[in-house]
Design a protein around this ligand. Structure first.
Ligand code: GKR
Ligand code: MG
Length: 443
């Protein structure tokens, strides 16, 4: 292998391709997934001809920030990840104001668009965009150097990464029309959830299971977890109602499921309420809602509100930021796992590379990927025994399929705007015209 010259590592071109990908009718406390969800695919090409891929949220406000950042990266080195962070802080202030996401890094400006990922700040938006570029730069650097991304992050400490089956209550089809279909069928009661889990286990070998809750009354969701515990005795089980419960409800559920839950995820909204629950139950609490930025860590630690932080390289700011979060979790004795949102194989590869390098990844990672029937990759990653292998191919070890990318971009171009910004409540209104995303706590 010939080592790249510094000039070979300079960014010659950055291509941004928004896509709409098929998404099944998965239910959550805000509503239901739309038939299509937006993602942004980022391609970096160096002067030496190395290419890199990244992926992040594709909603309008992310695209508005990504465009100026893409232009600003041309001529910089793919190794300059700290420079990328500085650039991302400076770029796109106008578009943030236009999108209404005011505020600096720290200030909470309400919750994210779908209400499921915690605070919404300008800093978090910037970090979510930056992360897609960081992954693309690392992939290009890896290709230029002939090294896997995990090597550029300090080296893998495991050769496979565990993932968990992400179970959802769901409808058989979307109310808004035929769209894409799948053969999963509906899952609206304990038997349906157990059947779904069985299929995940048989097909992908998953041995831990997370149920997205906050959809039905807590007693029904408790019954579903009980049914899972009977079907899969001793397996790690998690329940996540996205903050939909009151403190007393959360404590009742915790009590009812104390013998079977690995952890309870965001049973209530906000650090204060999480701390109240945490003080009165032995079940560990996990979060991807009350700790989603570095600024939120001190209060959560001081109040002992959570035992496990679910990292997400998208909104924490990238793969290096994920490792910084992991170091803080080690420092404060917190566990670490990984949150997921609808995503494609590029993000799955990025999650796998960074997870491979984190010594204190204590729990299997979430992923929506098995629900996605479409991808922009030439080959889909394959779960074996609920794990993904950590490869040694250069970069992320994935290859773009240009035809697929073009087809999914064409769908984005043809869209009348209905699906360009994720809106689970709007999708729910197709079936229930009076629906508004419920205020929390709901139960
Ligand atoms: O995909 O409906 C969903 C989830 O509810 C997602 O949006 C959440 O952010 O999976 C996430 C979670 O763990 O809260
Ligand atoms: Mg969650």
């Amino acid at each position: 292998m010939v080592a790249p010259r510094p000039a070979d590592l300079l960014v010659a071109e950055v291509r941004l391709t928004p896509v709409l990908i098929a998404d099944p009718p998965l239910l959550n406390t805000q509503g239901v997934h739309q038939p299509y969800t937006p993602r942004l695919i980022i391609e970096v090409v160096t002067e030496g001809g190395a290419t890199g891929l990244g992926e992040t949220y594709g909603d309008t406000e992310y695209l508005a920030l990504a465009r100026p950042l893409a232009n600003a990266l041309v001529g910089r080195s793919v190794t300059d990840l700290n420079g990328l962070a500085t650039l991302a802080e400076r770029t796109g202030a106008d578009s943030l104001v236009a999108a209404g996401a005011h505020g600096g890094n720290g200030g909470a400006q309400g919750v994210d668009a779908a209400g499921l990922r915690g605070v919404r700040t300008a800093g978090k938006l910037r970090r979510s965009v930056r992360s897609g570029f960081e992954v693309a730069l690392l992939d290009a650097w890896g290709h230029a150097a002939g090294l896997p991304v995990h090597a550029l992050l300090g080296g893998a400490v495991r050769d496979r990464v565990p993932y968990s089956a992400y179970l959802f209550y769901r409808w058989q089809r979307h109310p808004e029309g035929p769209g894409e279909t799948d053969d999963w069928g509906a899952a609206l009661d304990p038997a349906g959830i157990v059947a779904q889990a069985r299929r995940f286990a048989d097909r992908h070998g998953f041995t831990s299971f997370k149920l997205k809750g906050g959809v039905f009354a807590p007693e029904e969701e408790t019954a579903a977890i009980r049914a899972l515990a009977e079907e899969f005795p001793g397996r790690p089980l998690r329940l996540d109602p996205n903050g939909a419960w009151t403190v007393p409800t959360a404590l009742q559920v915790a009590d009812a499921l104390a013998d079977v839950l690995e952890y309870l995820e965001d049973p209530v909204s906000g650090t204060g309420a999480m701390a109240e629950v945490a003080a009165r139950t032995p079940i560990p609490l996990a979060t991807n809602m009350c700790v989603t930025t570095f600024e939120e860590i001190p209060e959560a630690v001081a109040r002992d509100a959570v035992r496990i932080v679910l990292s997400d390289h998208h909104y924490w700011g990238g793969l290096h930021a994920t490792r910084e979060l992991a170091a803080l979790c080690r420092t404060f004795g917190l566990g670490l796992a990984m949150h997921s949102n609808t995503h494609l194989g590029i993000s799955l590869a990025a999650m796998t590379h960074v997870a491979a390098t984190v010594p204190n990844l204590d729990h299997a990672c979430d992923t929506h990927y098995p629900w996605q029937t479409e991808d922009v990759l030439a080959e889909r990653p394959v779960f074996r025994d609920g794990h993904l292998d950590v490869g040694d191919a250069p970069g992320l070890g994935v290859t773009l399929d240009r035809d697929r990318l073009a087809a999914l971009h064409q769908r984005w171009l043809a869209d009348d705007g209905t699906h360009r910004d994720r809106d689970d409540a709007a999708a729910m209104r197709r079936a229930h015209p009076d629906w508004t995303a419920p205020a929390v706590p709901r139960w």
